[in-house]
Design a protein around this ligand. Structure first.
Ligand SMILES: Nc1ncnc2c1ncn2[C@@H]1O[C@H](COP(=O)(O)OP(=O)(O)OP(=O)(O)O)[C@@H](O)[C@H]1O
Ligand SMILES: [Mg+2]
Length: 372
């Protein structure tokens, strides 16, 4: 690439094939295969230590994977540096040069890569400053900026050289909640405007679900599910995904066949009709992942789908009431009810609850995989 690039970068296709990594004897990543489309925004989501940063560093070319292949637009990039791969990287701690102004920080990559003469670079820097909405702050030093402003400089510096792929490792981790929301929108806006293929690491599930085209959920070095946010939430493919993404309680249950459908009988009582086409032809011990909003109160004493519980705690959360219940066997259940029209519930009050008809919570066998 030569000369300043004012037109949006065209995103690249990014493929990982059976990528694995070992630090000495310690396995950090196992057999991860992903195909990320040009212009797609993908997040790597998972608990601390599950291998997200390792995978991102491998994608960037900052380290070499022990196993498997990385391809960018079909080309095997093993052994290529980040610049040769044409990837831009933004880390959590911004890593701005403290002795350089905003403008010099943004110009740095353009100068290092000889992307244009002085006038062209100055024009590109001005364009990037406007793009990330830092106009007027170009002569400030990093210490004279807020966290969100520093993060925008880091983004501008990375995007200035028009990389084909943008890699972000917890870029918003250091920001408070409001600023984080603003920056989430900012990153999405820039990512769309530049149509740049983006992989972002986060352990914040809300951030992953709200920003991504697809989410790759990782656990202990393995890819658990790679899917749209809606599918991840509604159709988790493993019990881990069901409980890590959003809130769900896993109920131990017995799956039985009842004429055309299946019914799960949780140990806590009641029953859950699964009207989806038979989730499985095997009956027996299963676990059902029920989300708080999938429960409802039952007023019918004869309702055989309902179970008995007592109210432990009631917390109003905006338009929703979050209710902690204790089932008769001591198990804890979490419900979310709309606050409007909700009856008054107090600690120790007996209630009957059931899973809403048609909720179709996912069913797992042995905690490993969804049955279908
Ligand atoms: N340089 C290293 N040498 C040895 N082990 C390492 C090294 N870097 C990371 N690990 C280990 O590899 C595993 C994955 O680490 P990684 O940094 O990829 O996790 P992560 O998902 O990014 O976690 P976090 O959310 O805490 O940042 C962890 O068990 C970690 O202890
Ligand atoms: Mg990390």
């Amino acid at each position: 690439m030569t000369g300043p690039v004012s037109s949006p970068a065209a995103g690249a296709r990014l493929e990982l094939e059976s990528v694995g990594h070992l630090y000495g004897q310690t396995r950090a990543v196992s057999d991860v295969s992903l195909r990320i489309e040009p212009g797609e925004f993908v997040t790597l989501l998972g608990p601390s230590g599950c291998g997200k940063s390792t995978l991102l560093r491998i994608l960037a070319g900052l380290m070499q994977q022990s196993e498997g292949q990385i391809r960018i637009d079909g080309q095997d990039v093993s052994g290529l540096s980040p610049a040769e791969r044409d990837v831009g990287i933004v880390f959590q701690n911004y890593a701005l040069f403290p002795h350089m102004t905003v403008a010099s920080n943004i110009a740095y990559g353009l100068e290092a890569r000889h992307m244009g003469n002085r006038a062209q670079i100055r024009a590109r820097v001005r364009e990037m400053i406007d793009t990330v909405r830092l106009t007027g702050l170009e002569n400030r030093y990093p210490r004279e900026l807020s966290g969100g402003q520093q993060q925008r400089v880091a983004l501008a510096r990375t995007l200035a050289v028009s990389p084909r792929i943008l890699l972000l490792d917890e870029p918003l981790g250091a920001l408070d909640k409001n600023l984080r929301l603003d920056m989430q929108l900012e990153i999405k806006r820039l990512q769309r405007a530049f149509a740049i293929t983006t992989v972002m690491v986060t352990h914040d599930q809300e951030e992953a679900l709200s920003m991504s085209d697809r989410v790759a959920v990782m656990n202990a070095g393995c890819l658990e599910q790679f899917d749209t946010p809606t599918q991840i939430y509604d159709r988790p493919s493993t019990a881990f995904v069901a409980t890590f993404v959003g809130t769900a309680c896993l109920l131990d249950a017995r799956l039985e066949r009842d004429l055309q459908r299946f019914v799960a009988y949780p140990q806590v009582g009641g029953g859950i009709a699964l009207d989806e086409p038979a989730p499985c032809s095997r009956v027996g011990a299963v676990r059902v992942a029920v989300r708080p909003e999938q429960w409802e109160l039952s007023t019918d004493r004869e309702d055989s789908w309902a179970l008995d519980a007592t109210v432990e705690l009631v917390m109003p959360l905006g338009p929703t009431l979050i209710i902690d219940l204790m089932a008769s066997n001591g198990a804890s259940l979490k419900l979310a009810l709309p606050r409007a029209n909700a009856p008054t519930l107090t600690h120790g009050m007996p209630v009957r609850v059931r899973v809403k008809p048609g909720a179709n919570p996912p069913v797992f066998l042995g905690g490993a995989s969804r049955i279908d």
